[in-house]
Design a protein around this ligand. Structure first.
Ligand code: MN3
Length: 203
């Protein structure tokens, strides 16, 4: 039986300063994400065979998950998956932050320009009521911006996540307090476009 584990970050908690502060990174990763992992593992203990399954497949097919743990898998499994992507699509590396590659071409084609894309993703992220996520996804081969409440994953809607902005307050409150828009502006400075391109090219 292979339990789910908190992914190790490839950079230090303070390396995204000043855009995302070290304390937020530390608590977000070591406390919040860890809690999703722990609660996911706890819920799956009743059905150990599910540890063998790819978590993405479970989230894609929530109906296949036993009803008494379905909400737990949706929330904590979603939380684990969503955060695992979030850590990957931010980076301290200037080279990885360059907006280029197929993803850049496709964004310009779909949204008209990077600025239009940025505006749309920002508006969507600001429009999430309460806690949730804003996403760039692929749906039937086309790029699209969507939002999800809580820890819901676009995978459950048949869409493939390319990048995500966590707009739960825990992801920005220490530095930005109520100023979600300042956090989103900062977030655009740390997007790992190299990784987003890799994910895009695989799908
Ligand atoms: Mn979070």
């Amino acid at each position: 039986m292979k339990k789910h584990e908190l992914p190790i970050l490839s950079y230090k908690y303070d390396s995204l300063e000043p855009y995302i502060d070290a304390k937020t990174m530390e608590i977000h990763h070591s406390k919040y994400h860890q809690a999703y992992v722990d609660k996911l593992n706890l819920s799956l203990e009743k059905y150990p065979e599910l540890f063998e399954k790819d978590l993405k497949e479970l989230i894609k097919n929530l109906d296949s998950v036993p009803e008494n743990i379905r909400i737990a898998v949706r929330n904590h499994g979603g939380g684990h998956l969503n955060h695992s992507l979030y850590w990957q699509i931010i980076t301290p590396d200037e080279k990885e932050r360059k907006f280029e590659g197929k993803i850049a071409d496709e964004i310009k084609k779909t949204f008209g320009s990077f600025e239009e894309f940025r505006k749309k993703l920002t508006e969507s992220a600001l429009g999430v009521f309460g806690s949730g996520w804003a996403w760039l996804v692929v749906d039937n081969g086309k790029l699209e911006i969507v939002t999800t409440p809580n820890q819901d994953s676009p995978l459950s809607l048949g869409k493939i996540p390319i990048l995500c902005i966590d707009v739960w307050e825990h992801s920005y409150y220490l530095r930005y307090q109520n100023r979600r828009s300042d956090y989103i502006d900062s977030f655009f400075n740390v997007i790992n476009w190299k990784k987003a391109n890799e994910i895009f090219e695989k799908n």
